[in-house]
Write a protein that binds this ligand. Structure first.
Ligand code: SF4
Length: 63
């Protein structure tokens, strides 16, 4: 599975980087960078959670 962030939808709320620092890091411009590719099986639940909590519905988890 692969995580991606739609920068057009991201409102830079910081939930993803705050709640899941193993998966996301905040870049200098305020947008999150995805740290894992692919998502390790052990982080799949966290990845799904990041999709659910994102207020901009900007995080996608795909095959
Ligand atoms: S939680 Fe969503 S809106 Fe907030 S910084 Fe992460 S991708 Fe952007």
């Amino acid at each position: 599975m692969k995580l991606s962030v739609d920068r057009k939808a991201c409102i830079k709320s910081g939930q993803c980087t705050y709640l899941h620092p193993d998966l996301f890091r905040e870049e200098a411009d305020g947008y999150p960078a995805v740290l894992v590719d692919p998502v390790p099986a052990t982080s799949l639940k966290d990845a799904e959670d990041s999709v659910e909590v994102c207020p901009g519905q900007a995080i996608y988890l795909k095959e």
